[in-house]
Design a protein around this ligand. Structure first.
Ligand SMILES: [Zn+2]
Length: 252
């Protein structure tokens, strides 16, 4: 016999990058299960896949999770977390303040406090921080108005950026990473979308170091979830202000 269905409330949010409005419902038991299993498995890719699965389940609109930018994904998950389990999370911080510690023989030595302070943190204070320099359009030649338009990383492509610092990858591969993030090239009269990877590679390789650095710097200016916290160590009473960035730092 088919059992009755309990209805769940829905919420609307606006995506930070496009302003597009989407409808969400809170996590249900099945999504809690997906998250628990991923946390148990423990790998970064397990968590990533769980976040994507949960978002796929809890959204109604025709959004393609694989093409959403990382900031959109993180923001959706943050709002889902708040509407499903409330906005308070319990975070822990290790104090790295240097204190004097008395030894049994009476001498005092400098040592790191190391005390762990627990803190109830309100997720409603997390903001989407867009750096002033963030711009998907990068002008490489002002005179001729030649430039590129970048694609903000998606969760899948973001992980390619790890290869930038991966010493096991060849230098050639590491130089080619940026090709995946270039949406199109333009000049004063034309937008070039239809090019082969080889053509784009030639284009990038013909850039000056200064222009190459501009493209590389794009990834340092991406919008991020960010919050400022004031922490007072409950052992040594040292006070510090810290900024937390990125979804994983806000989840308990
Ligand atoms: Zn301390």
């Amino acid at each position: 016999m088919t059992l009755p269905k309990v209805t769940t409330p829905t919420f609307k949010i606006k995506l930070p990058t496009s302003g597009k409005e989407i409808k969400l419902r809170p996590f249900l038991v099945k999504e809690e299960k997906i998250i628990m299993l991923a946390v148990q498995a423990g790998g970064p890719d397990d968590i990533l896949n769980a976040i994507k699965d949960v978002i796929r389940n809890c959204t109604f609109d025709d959004i393609d999770v694989d093409t959403l930018s990382t900031i959109d994904i993180e923001y959706i998950f943050l709002r889902l977390r708040i509407m499903s389990r409330g906005s308070l999370v319990n975070l822990q911080f290790k104090c790295n303040h240097v204190i004097k510690e008395k030894q049994p023989d009476g001498r005092e030595i400098d040592t790191e406090c190391g005390h762990i302070t627990k803190l109830d943190f309100d997720l409603e204070t997390v903001e989407v921080k867009v750096p002033d320099e963030y711009n998907t359009t990068i002008v490489l030649d002002k005179k001729q108005n030649i430039g590129v338009v970048m694609k903000p990383p998606t969760y899948s492509s973001f992980y390619k950026l790890r290869d930038l610092v991966d010493e096991t990858k060849s230098i050639a591969d590491r130089y080619d990473i940026f090709l995946d993030f270039i949406d199109y090239v333009f000049d004063g009269t034309t937008i070039y979308k239809d090019f082969t990877r080889e053509e784009l590679k030639d284009f990038i390789e013909s850039l000056s170091n200064e222009n190459y650095a501009k493209i590389k710097n794009f990834f340092n200016t991406l919008p991020k979830l960010s919050a400022k916290l004031h922490i007072c160590c409950s052992k040594c009473k040292n006070q510090s202000d810290i900024t937390l960035e990125g979804l994983q730092n806000f989840l308990d």
